[in-house]
Design a protein around this ligand. Structure first.
Ligand code: FES
Length: 61
């Protein structure tokens, strides 16, 4: 599933970025370019980041 159509970034790539240390959409923009086009994906991208962080915390617990 594409998260950011402007940069053709998929949710799997967002999860990989979170596993590599990304914690918010600004950091995601730096590494993958998400949100640097029209910007309409930023809220959804942050939701995905939050979910991935929650999952990683639950996994670590
Ligand atoms: Fe991500 Fe446009 S869809 S910047």
């Amino acid at each position: 599933m594409y998260v950011c159509l402007c940069q053709a970034v998929k949710d799997s790539e967002v999860r990989q970025a979170v596993a590599s240390g990304v914690e918010d959409v600004d950091q995601l923009a730096e590494v993958l370019g998400v949100g640097t086009g029209c910007g309409s994906c930023r809220d959804f991208a942050q939701t995905l980041i939050d979910e991935a962080l929650d999952e990683s915390l639950a996994y670590a617990a």
